[in-house]
Design a binder for this molecule. Structure first.
Ligand code: ARG
Length: 457
């Protein structure tokens, strides 16, 4: 097929080479960015007298018509073109003749593709942030409804100390807030314009890069032309942010999977977000949560793929870099889907406070509080810890719990025990008296809610 770059060669590549070289199936989704980027470039060429104002106006109108026709469906992307940049220029030239051939003055596909990619990811960042906020708000709502629901908190997946379900939920909200911060910070570095870096060395035309950057709402311009066309760390940074976000969602998903098992039964997922088994009639499977956990691997893979693609490339542009977009798009699509599904799953999930409380009563999660009680009576913590441990051992031997041991039995371990020990090991008291900042108590909970609501709205 004859190419736009015919000149030095006759540019007749074989079909198999064409197919291998082509990226249009992946980059066609950037058509809007490509066209608006070109409009700004054309306007600058006209303003600087590199082409006439009439030619610039003609290019801008032509580009607008290509955009309109693509959006209305009158025009379809021709997948025989190498990439979206070539396609747009080809259609424009078909429509405008020689004027269309002036658009590519003082730029290259190298700065053009970097521009389109940055503009596209800027938009994706905004969409993902909006979804993180929506999920965060749904989790806050769930937390508020269960600010008094007692559950066992775990370490090593062993019952450790009592917390509220609300406090546990708010831990995930804090993670989501940091995910949001990371993405907003990453957006600043995405939002730097590479257009005008041209192929790698800048240009001899009297261009105005800042004018184009401003028109396209960029915060600044790449200060080094070689860096501008060859850097992909903005995409890697975004993939890193998305990987961390998915890691959070995956941990959350894992807990929901555990909690919805018969062994825990802390939550019941709605029918709308579970599936049945084709053979076992009793099954209600947490497929959505499992898929979020599973798709995390896919997003990590996208990050690893691009890191590996980039690691040995000499400056500036190399065709290897055409491989940069597919994984990032895949990660963005995956993350958006996961956030939407997760929100739906959370909103329709029914926590089962009775079961949580029963579990909280069973695992001596008030043993620390029994030790703290003795500390309150003047014993050093290490000695108190030992006595509390011996009491737990006795309870396990005799099938008792700290709440049902008699005062005489307590006194057998230490004279310091009085009637108020029952108040100290009461599970609710153990939870609500954790008044330290950030702790499981109600003051901390309220502070968390206030902070999170402010950050997520
Ligand atoms: N399709 C190419 C990409 O995605 C556009 C840039 C091509 N530049 C070049 N020098 N061949 O990277």
């Amino acid at each position: 097929m004859a190419k736009m770059w015919a000149g030095r060669t006759d540019a007749l590549t074989s079909k198999i080479a064409d197919d291998f070289n082509s990226s249009i199936s992946v980059d066609k989704r950037m058509y809007k960015e490509d066209i608006t980027g070109s409009m700004a470039h054309a306007a600058m060429l006209g303003a600087k007298g590199i082409i006439t104002e009439t030619e610039a106006g003609c290019l801008i109108d032509g580009l607008q018509s290509v955009l309109d026709d693509l959006e209305s469906g009158v025009l379809a992307v021709d997948e025989n073109c190498e990439d979206i940049h070539m396609f747009v220029e080809q259609v424009l030239t078909e429509r405008l003749g020689d004027v269309g051939r002036k658009l590519h003055t003082a730029r290259s596909r190298n700065d053009q593709v970097a521009l389109d990619f940055r503009m596209y990811l800027r938009g994706e960042t905004d969409e993902i942030c909006a979804r993180i906020k929506a999920l965060g708000q749904a989790v806050i709502e769930l937390a508020e409804a269960h600010k008094e629901t007692i559950m066992p908190g775990y370490t090593h997946l062993q019952r450790a100390q009592p917390v509220t379900f609300g406090h546990h939920m708010m831990a995930y909200v804090m993670m989501l807030i940091r995910d949001l911060d990371r993405l907003s910070d990453c957006r600043k570095r995405i939002n730097i314009s590479p257009i005008g870096c041209c192929a790698l060395a800048g240009t001899t035309y009297d261009t105005d890069r800042r004018m184009v950057a401003e028109e396209l709402s960029f915060e600044g311009i790449a200060m080094n032309s070689m860096d501008g066309v060859s850097d992909r760390d903005f995409a890697l940074e975004m993939l890193s942010c998305l990987s961390i976000l998915m890691m959070h969602l995956s941990r959350f998903a894992e807990e929901i999977i555990l909690w919805s098992s018969w062994e825990f039964k802390f939550v019941e997922l709605s029918d709308a977000f579970t599936t049945g088994s084709s053979i076992m009639p009793q099954k209600k499977n947490p497929d959505m949560a499992e898929l979020v956990r599973g798709k995390t691997g896919r997003v990590y893979g996208d990050l690893m793929a691009l890191l590996t693609t980039m690691k040995g490339l000499p400056l500036a542009y190399n065709k290897d870099m055409q491989e940069d977009k597919e994984g990032v798009f895949d990660a963005c699509d995956t993350v958006k889907m996961c956030l939407d599904v997760f929100k739906g799953m959370i909103e329709t999930m029914t926590p089962l406070p009775e079961n949580m409380l029963n579990a909280a009563r069973g695992g001596f999660i008030n043993a620390t509080d029994a030790a703290d009680y003795l500390v309150g009576k003047g014993l050093p913590f290490r000695s108190a810890y030992k006595i509390s441990g011996q009491i737990v051992a006795k309870c396990i031997r005799e099938g008792k719990v700290l709440e049902t041991l008699s005062l005489d039995e307590y006194k057998g371990f230490s004279d310091l025990f009085e009637e108020d020990i029952y108040d100290a090991v009461n599970i609710k008291n153990c939870t609500f008296r954790r008044t330290s900042e950030g702790g499981a108590g109600p003051e901390s909970f309220n502070a968390q809610i206030e902070f999170a609501k402010e950050r997520l709205t």
